[in-house]
Design a protein around this ligand. Structure first.
Ligand SMILES: *Cc1c(COP(=O)(O)O)cnc(C)c1O
Length: 392
């Protein structure tokens, strides 16, 4: 039995079988490569689903995190910590928001956004204006509220009753949006690029319509940037591509470089909504996560870093479009979906493992979310493997 198998056996005996896992046990990583227990190395085009934004065990990030671990690993939110203050100030400054609530995941960030939107409306208009419009094919998380928000029927099973108060509108269908924006609605929630839904960017006209219809009626816009945020698309927020700033933006995945953290950013209008006792999280704003987040922001703010992301994305797209098996390449920046002609995305991802490349899928597409720090050499090596499989 090799060590992969020993780990897998122990794991499967005691860890809930809630994921379809590959038969692979990962041992360590460095830069944009990781190694499994048999010693096989992989180039990583998935970055732990977009979380390891600086790759594996980046030196400066690891130093910042380890220093914090040895200084103050946690203290309750009954007290202040300098590192949370510093991270909140930097994050709000870069993202252009007034305040932030910290949780530990994307779902928690979205839970917070839902609560803020409903309370904002309740405080100002009273009961009955609690509905939130979300889009068909969206993904907002796995808690009961965020599952209820998620506009995909496959997620609405087993766990009844789901939460009421979510109305689905077809993405890019302005007529559908108009017909459902009545005076029971307090917010519209959207992903600028639907990630789990298949890496589909919204059309600019639709995004414009959302803002133009919501603004005058004081209906909030919530941008779920859990996957698209923190530089992933070549701008700090994907909303920047559309020239729009939501009232509430949620972040998670890559925000702290692979340490659990979620953030719900609020503009000035929403910043007074959460009052003492209305929301909380024991671990939220944990000092270690904040230290990791500061290291991520340092890198993102370094000269030319975001522009490089755009250039790398163009390079990937150009290379992929030369391949006859590729029908189209979707997404924004280093969030890439590949529509295939004949091959199945899941089979391509499996074949890539054998050849030393980690890929993701989204619906019927191959999905790439490489670390933002990936080099051209690593991109070339990974693309050679991928295109080799596609052209087999
Ligand atoms: C991943 C994801 C979530 C859920 O994040 P978790 O950290 O798994 O709770 C929510 N929204 C979007 C857009 C995501 O991509």
């Amino acid at each position: 039995m090799n060590s992969n198998e020993k780990t897998i056996e122990k794991f499967d005996k005691h860890v809930a079988h809630s994921y379809g896992r590959y038969s692979l046990a990962m041992k360590k990583g460095s830069g944009r490569r990781c190694v499994d227990e048999s010693g096989k190395e992989y180039i990583d085009f998935g970055s732990g689903i977009g979380t390891n934004s600086l790759g594996y065990c980046d030196e400066k990030w690891a130093d910042a995190v380890c220093t914090q671990v040895r200084t103050l690993q946690h203290n309750s939110n009954y007290y202040y910590t300098e590192v949370q203050a510093e991270f909140a100030e930097r994050l709000c400054g870069i993202a252009g928001y007034s305040s932030v609530f910290f949780g530990n995941s994307g779902a928690e960030a979205n839970e917070c956004a839902i609560k803020v939107a409903r309370k904002y409306s309740f405080d100002k208009y009273g009961k009955g204006r609690h509905n939130i419009i979300t889009l068909v094919n969206s993904f907002h998380g796995r808690t009961i509220a965020t599952l209820s928000a998620t506009g995909q029927d496959v997620f609405h099973n087993y766990f009844f009753p789901f939460l009421e108060g979510f109305i689905n509108v077809e993405a890019n269908n302005i007529g559908d949006l108009k017909s459902k924006l009545d005076d029971t609605v307090c917010a519209v929630m959207l992903e600028y690029v639907q990630g789990e839904g298949g890496v589909n960017a919204l059309e600019k006209d639709f995004v414009d319509a959302v803002y133009e219809l919501c603004g005058p009626r004081d209906i909030l816009v919530i941008a779920d940037e859990v996957q698209t945020g923190v530089g992933r698309t070549g701008k700090f927020l994907a909303g920047d591509h559309f020239g729009r700033k939501a009232d509430i933006t949620t972040l998670a995945k890559g925000i702290a470089g692979g340490i659990p953290m979620g953030a719900c950013l609020m503009n000035e209008k929403c910043s007074g909504v959460l009052t003492p006792g209305t929301h909380g999280s024991t671990f939220g704003g944990n000092p270690i996560a904040c230290a990791g987040g500061l290291a991520v922001l340092d890198r993102l703010e370094s000269e030319g870093f975001l522009d490089e992301i755009t250039k790398k994305a163009e390079f990937i797209k150009t290379e992929l479009e030369k391949c006859s098996e590729v029908v189209s390449v979707s997404g924004l920046g280093l969030m890439i979906g590949i529509q295939l002609k004949n091959k199945k995305a899941a089979e391509v991802a499996r074949a890539a493992l054998d050849k030393g490349l980690l890929l993701l899928t989204a619906k019927d597409k191959v999905r790439l979310l490489p670390p933002l720090t990936i080099s051209y050499d690593e991109l070339r090596a990974g693309l050679e493997i991928l295109i080799g499989i596609l052209e087999e």
